[in-house]
Design a protein around this ligand. Structure first.
Ligand code: ZN
Length: 210
């Protein structure tokens, strides 16, 4: 357990349970249920973005690069004054940016089991879902951000229980690595960056809710 497959299975099962809560509303709309299940599963894989061990990380960045432009489609179109060509161009640049630039920055600056495996990172993932989700329905956005955080939490708890990493190999903790459910790491820079990002997203979410 607590390998890539372990996280995928556990978060997937949680997602099925959490997603089916959306069906209790009884309006026959299965969309939110499946999105919630997907977000829980994705949330369960997210913390290991800091692991440099290859394929799954590339897949996650590939998935994010594809999904984020879709989520931002309406907003970018507004920014581009409804011009389809400009919108497509901006979204393509965004795709390349996430796929290559962001993933590169990420790999260079993160340490496996560093601040990405922490409670503030969990909140960042939840806030990012809340902010990115293209809907005016606050309840639905909260529900989906809960899905991401549930998956993320399942990952942290599994990692905490099993000290085995991403691909099932024994973990050789880096000196910056600590408990998966931590609030601070030994690197003050990583800790500061994490809390600045958290503060910024919380501020944006607060502005959004007014
Ligand atoms: Zn992990």
């Amino acid at each position: 357990m607590a390998s890539y497959r372990g996280h995928l299975t556990f978060a997937g099962l949680l997602g099925a349970g959490y997603g089916s809560l959306a069906l209790l509303e009884g309006n026959g709309d299965w969309g939110p249920a499946l999105i919630a299940a997907g977000l829980t599963t994705l949330g369960g894989l997210l913390p290991d973005l800091d692991s440099d061990s290859g394929v799954p990380v590339r897949e996650l960045f590939g998935a994010a690069a594809a999904v984020v432009p879709i989520l931002l489609f309406d907003r970018v179109k507004d920014l581009c004054q409804q011009s389809t060509e400009q919108t497509l161009f901006v979204l393509a640049v965004l795709y390349l940016f996430i796929r290559y630039v962001l993933s590169y920055i990420f790999k260079s600056f993160t340490v496996h089991r560093g601040m990405f495996h922490s409670v503030p990172a969990l909140l960042i993932a939840g806030l990012a879902t809340y902010l990115l989700y293209p809907s005016d329905d606050v309840r639905r956005r909260l529900f989906l951000s809960g899905a991401t955080m549930l998956g993320f939490l399942s990952h942290l708890i599994l990692d905490e229980i099993y000290s085995v990493d991403f691909l099932g190999a024994r973990l050789h903790p880096n000196k910056y690595a600590g408990s998966a459910l931590k609030f601070f790491s030994k690197s003050w820079l990583a800790t500061l960056t994490t809390y600045l990002l958290l503060g910024f997203l919380a501020w944006r979410a607060w502005l959004d809710g007014r």
